[in-house]
Design a protein around this ligand. Sequence first.
Ligand SMILES: [Cu+2]
Length: 305
Amino acid sequence: MKHLVRGAVAWLLICLATSATAATRNYTLYITSGSIAIHGGGGATLAAWGYTDVAGSPKFPGPLLEANEGDTLNVTVVNNHTLPHNFLVKGLTTDTTSILPGGSRTYTFTAAAAGTYLYYDTLNNAVNREMGLYGAVVVGPPDGSNRAWTNGPAYDFHRTWVVGEMDKPRWNDVAGSGGTVNTNVYKPNYFLINGKGGEDGMADSATTIDGGVGQTALVRIVNGGQFSHSLHFHGNHVQVLAVNGVRAAAPYKQVDVINVAPLGTADVLFPLNQPGSYPMHVHTAQMETANGVYLNGVVTMINMR
Ligand SMILES: [Cu+2]
């Protein structure tokens, strides 16, 4: 009997040890060229390049890469495009070696600290990013719980917002047809949340904040664009948990606008506190438009029941 108990205890210890062990996560991203469509008023089709998880038409933004703190990620990037590209996770990797057309490279790194990260192509003076080569890495605490980090603020559900903008006539269409972009002139006319114009962004359940009063949403924001985006939340204030990977300490500052710099990140908590539907939009009038047509830029909805 003693023997059996000892055996059970040993088995339990092995289970506990195993569950605490960091995982290895393998991702493959294919770089491809194609186009993205902005639907609704002012919409258009733009030439785009993207990281995608299946070889084929580009996905913009690139797929969300998820991990828990301490996990090892192996991200294999296959360059199926005609130009050199690379893959850098800001704050987690340093290798900026070019991947030549037809080549591939595996980037191995540790999800060192829970938080939100931007991955992108650092080559060609922002043109490659303009074309859509960026996405988000989100890292949770080691136990995978709904907390921003170990013993950090808890949440009920989370959203990841990848924002950016595109200059269709001067950058995307020129680069997409093999021309050379004059990077001295940048007048973007499309502003995107999760690769969508706002008319789609307001109806996209992966983007909208939908929940019951009393719940709390963690919103992870990355800005892959070249302009700052000032996100204005209506209906409640957000609590700022982290900016550019730097964690704040409680009590968290409450704001209704959070500015996210180019290549920047922010983690905010949105406590759902009153029923109704409210917008979240970027507080630059132009950035609420698609080719000048309101309301089709960086905008989505907050729906509280
Ligand atoms: Cu506003």
